[in-house]
Each structure stands twice: as C-alpha cells, then as structure tokens.
Design a protein around this ligand. Structure first.
Ligand code: AMP
Length: 598
C-alpha cells in the first residue's frame, strides 16, 4: 500500500468520533493490507515502530523536529516554532507553513508503507557520534519525499504524539471485524495476544492463517506474556470455601517483573549490563504494563544471568531493600528505582531483590498450561535447594486448607510488613491477562475496614483555597474505570468519579500531584468521563495518572458516577507501574461494596 493511502486511513480514524466506526475503518485498512505489511501498519497506527515492550526510541526531541521541518520545507526554524505554537502539534504545523504546499507538490515521491517504515527504522537505529545531525537530515529528506497528509502523521511519531485514540485492544477488534464483520473473534484473538503480546505479530499471523494461525501462537522468550491478576474475597473462610486446598504466599508490595532469560547458544542477542560492565547473555525485564524496564535494573539482569537455565520466563515482584540491614523498603521507595538517569548509583544505594513466584517457560517449553503445583516444582529446581540465587528468591509458600491456618499466616505476613497474602489454586494453568479466582488476595484480618486499596484514575483538580492556596490545588477528583460500551465515544475505557479528595496529603504530596496533573491538563472534560456537573473540577486532566487510595468504606452515593463513593479516602501512592487499563474497575468496586457488607 502507498503511504499516502495509509495516511488517508489515519485521517479517517482521527476524524471519527465513534469507536465502533473507528473499528470498522481499521478493519477496512487491515483488509486492504498485505500479510507482509500489516504488522508495520499496526505499529505505525499505534504511533510506534515496534511493539511497546521493545522500546525502539527515536531520540529526537521536539526541538530537533522543528529543525527537521525547517530543513524539509526550507523555512526558518523560528517559523516552524510559530506554526507549532499556533496548533500545538507538529502535524498540524505542516498545514500552517506557507512554503510548504508548493514545496511538497514538487517533491513527493509516492512512497510505500514499507519504504517509509524502513526509513523511520533507519533513523531510530542510528546512534553514536554525529547521529543527531544524521537523524535530522534523514527525517528531513523523508518529509520532503512525502505529501502533506503523510508528513502530518509521520512527524508525530518520533515525538510519540500520534494519539489516534486507540490501543492494542481496538486493533484486535479491527482484526475480528475484518474477518467476521463484528467483534465476535476478539476472545480468540485476545487469547493469543495474552500469551504473546506482539500486536503486529498477531495481526500478521491472523492475516496469513486466520484463526488457526493465531491459535498456534506460542509463548516466546523476549515477547512478554500478559500477567495474571488476583481477585478478592472477604475473609479467610470465604477463601477456604472457594479454593479448598491452596498455596499461601506473602503479598509483596513492589514492582511486578517478568524476567526473560535466553542463554541458549543460538541466542544472538546480547545486552550490556552497565552496572557491571560485562557483556551479558540476553535478559529482558518487562513491567505489568508490558513496558521494557531492562535498562533500569542492571542488578536484576546480573542476577538472572546467573541462573542455570538455557531459557526461562519468571514472574515475580522486585522489592528494594536497605543494603546495610537487608530490610525491605515500602513500595514508594522501590518505585524510585524506575528511572532513566542515574541508574547505576541508585542501584548501589537501593538494591533490589526479586521474589519469584512463578515460572512460565523453561528450556524451550512453555509451562503456562501446566497446573501451578507443577510450575512451582520446576521453579524450586531452577532456584536451587535454598531457593536463592543472589538477588532472586523463591517466594515462601505453604499449602493450606483451614481458615485458622490462613489467618495465622495472614497475621504473620502483615506483621512482617507485607501487604497481605496471595492464595493460589494448585491445579490451574497460568491465566495470562486474566483476573480471576485462581489467585485471591487477602489483605486484612478484620472486616471493619475496606479489604483492599483502590487504584483510581485522577480526573482533575480544584483550585486551592485557604491554607493550600499556595499549592494551587485544594482537592482532586478520582474515578474508577468501566468498559465503555458507548458507541459514540472513541475511548475503550470510561472513567466515572468515586471520590473528591481534599485532605490527608502531605505538603509534598500536594505539590507532587499538582505537578503531575499539570502535565496532563486538557481544556475540556474528556469525553469518556462520567462526572456530575456539580463535581466538575477547575482543571481536567487526561486519564493517565493512577493513584492508590485507601478508604474506610464504600458508601452509596447520589452524586458519584456509579452510585458508589469512597468514604474517608486518602492517597497511599502514585502507581506509576499501572496504567488506566489496570486501575480498579466499576465491577471490582461493586464487588468490594458487597464484600464489606458480608
Ligand atoms: P493487586 O495489584 O492488588 O491486584 O495485586 C496483584 C499484584 O500483587 C500482582 O500484580 C503482583 O504484582 C503482586 N504480588 C505480590 N506478591 C505476590 C505473589 N506472591 N503472587 C502473585 N502476585 C503477587
């Protein structure tokens, strides 16, 4: 397909206000694509070159992109900046540049999607001395070779601003629609995506081999598996009734990490551990959001490299600890290890250990279909007799079938400072991408408080009054998510308000939330928000910030979106490791509401 045609599709997607329509346009696009180019189209339409977890970066800041445009269109960089200021968008700036229309008419070359993709890949891959200059030149040449509509979209990609408003899940819907004319194939496609989160790869397989093609999708090292999640039950008795005989582990409050190791001789991929300066065999670390965190955790890379395996995928929780005492640190401290700069020093100051609780792949064989009991047995072998390999520790575990014993263990772990316990069925497979009763979390021994914290989306804030006028923020509005079935909105995930929080934050937290919220500020209420007009905040923010909220209870509410509200809500932490898709859902909130009433 010519890139120009592809850009026309992108324009149609951008202009449609309805998700259903967007899905059908995607289906049309996929229908027209060949099997060789569909993966490239999927990545590009999502504003990337490769799946998110591969973190292929352009390293071209907005400022450099002004130069790209200036060079491409032979105008002063100041003019580009001006055009950018007017539209707030590099793509939009194209239309503002006076010389542009003339210049592009003469130079556009009608490139194919594959050609544009390859040239963008070359720009991203260029590194080392002088690469910034070369990147600018190559990008400028590319833009010069494109018509204005194509340029508009291509310019947004290096700065991650394509934002057509859909995610991997809509791509799956689009694929289903292409084949069946509706979303009926989404479950099968999603099953494949759960075990192998390469969205472009799934599209290619589906295009080539239909449902049979995606049914054959296997777990692969270096491609993350979507993580399993836990359900909740009200108390020890309910857990025993539901799970009968189960494993009990501590619930560690750190960062979920999925560690992929490939030490097989044919592994060509090597990465440099910059903490230890040696060349390592291939190790990659993914977050629960499928982000690549490998470069942030050289200590985990080094630890995983010591494992005596050919290939493996481990699931666990990274927890920072105090080097002198060995004492585990709370989540708020652990999360400071997620950083781009000063990685080395931070790793020394605040080392990590990973509590490993599952093994999903070993020496060329997938284990996810095996019962937990069996996976655990293999995991014990991998981690050795005492369950420890520098930096990696086997999660302690006990098999339980009595509420009394569960209660004792819960108390023990709470006393040790953990969040609670995880109860796991012994006979079930690893349910990639699912939250169900194979895993049940239990955090409190009494029913007087709410059984769990709620991961809320920050929707906006109110100007500060009184004592807090100095911070410019007096309260903020948070919500939980629900699958937006509304055909008229573009977003897949709706957010409905559940609490206005105006107390209980430290000065530092107020400043922090204001700073973060201002980065996400939008002019008007996002269309996927459900908020009573009497609750409308002074400043709306895009649904991207997830905060962990503790409340005394959930009460009925005449004003909040789903008829439920949080009573005495307080901010526990900023959950940078979760995205909106992982925030608490309306369904979970309703379940918690029922749980607390017993
Ligand atoms: P939540 O995020 O509250 O739904 O709880 C599920 C999370 O608990 C998982 O995503 C893990 O990051 C974390 N977790 C801590 N300890 C364990 C454990 N022993 N087994 C499984 N998950 C655990």
């Amino acid at each position: 397909m010519k890139f120009k045609r592809f850009a026309e599709y992108l324009e149609r997607i951008e202009q449609t206000p309805s998700r259903l329509k967007m899905t059908s346009v995607l289906a049309e696009l996929f229908g027209e694509a060949t099997a060789d180019e569909i993966d490239q189209m999927v990545y590009l339409a999502l504003g990337r070159l490769r799946p998110k977890y591969e973190s292929v970066e352009f390293n071209l800041a907005e400022k450099m992109m002004f130069r790209v445009m200036a060079e491409a269109y032979q105008v002063e960089p100041a003019k580009v900046k001006q055009a950018f200021k007017k539209t707030g968008d590099l793509g939009g700036a194209v239309e503002e540049l006076p010389h542009f229309a003339k210049a592009s008419r003469g130079t556009a070359k009608d490139l194919s999607v594959a050609e544009v993709y390859q040239r963008l890949m070359d720009v991203a891959a260029d590194e080392g001395v002088g690469s910034q200059e070369r990147k600018v030149n190559h990008m400028a040449n590319l833009i010069r070779d494109l018509d204005s509509l194509s340029a508009k979209y291509v310019l947004r990609i290096p700065v991650k601003k394509l934002r057509l408003g859909f995610s991997d899940m809509t791509v799956l819907d689009g694929l289903s629609w292409m084949e069946a004319g509706d979303k009926s194939l989404r479950p099968q496609l999603e099953r494949a995506f759960n075990v192998s989160a390469d969205i472009g790869g799934i599209a290619e397989r589906f295009k080539k081999g239909g449902l049979a093609g995606v049914a054959g999708v296997k777990v692969k090292v270096a491609v993350p598996i979507r993580t399993a999640q836990a359900e909740r039950l009200p108390n020890e008795k309910a857990v025993v009734e539901k799970l009968k005989v189960f494993a009990v582990e501590g619930k560690y409050d750190g960062l979920r990490v999925q560690i992929h190791v490939d030490k097989s001789p044919d592994s060509k991929r090597k990465i440099q551990s910059d903490l230890f300066g040696e060349s390592k065999k291939f190790v990659e670390i993914f977050s629960r959001n499928l982000d690549n965190m490998t470069h942030m955790f050289p200590d985990i890379v080094a630890a995983a490299d010591k494992l005596k395996v050919k290939t493996a995928i481990l699931d666990g929780e990274a927890v920072a600890f105090e080097p002198k005492t060995g004492k585990s640190l709370p989540f708020q401290e652990t999360v400071t290890r997620k950083r781009k700069h000063g990685v080395k020093n931070k790793a020394k100051e605040m080392p990590l250990k990973v509590i490993i609780y599952d093994l999903l792949y070993l020496n060329g064989t997938t284990l996810i279909e095996k019962p937990f009991k069996e996976r655990r047995k293999q995991l014990e072998k991998v981690l050795g007799r005492n369950g420890k390999t520098d930096g990696l520790e086997l999660a302690e575990q006990e098999i339980v079938s009595e509420p009394e014993r569960l209660n004792q263990l819960l108390k023990k772990y709470l006393k040790e400072g953990l969040e609670g316990v995880m109860c796991k069925k012994l006979t079930t497979a690893y349910q990639a991408g699912a939250r169900n009763f194979n895993w049940v979390k239990l955090k409190k021994t009494s029913q007087k408080e709410l059984a769990d914290t709620i991961d809320c989306v920050v929707m906006g804030y109110y100007a500060g009054r009184g004592k807090r006028s100095g911070f410019g923020i007096g309260a903020f509005l948070v919500g939980v998510t629900h699958k937006s079935e509304a055909r008229s909105t573009k977003s897949e995930i709706g957010v409905g308000s559940v609490a206005k929080i105006g107390t209980g934050l430290t000065d530092e937290q107020w400043r922090e939330i204001r700073r973060r919220a201002d980065k996400l500020k939008v002019k008007a209420k996002p269309e996927e928000y459900v908020v009573d007009k009497n609750l409308a905040p002074d400043v709306w923010v895009r649904p991207e910030m997830v905060v962990e909220i503790l409340a005394d209870e959930i009460t009925r509410s005449p004003i909040h979106a789903f008829g439920l509200a949080l009573r005495f809500p307080r901010l526990i932490s900023f959950r940078d490791d979760k995205d909106v898709g992982q925030a608490t859902t309306k369904r979970e909130l309703e379940r918690l509401f029922k749980l607390q009433r017993g």
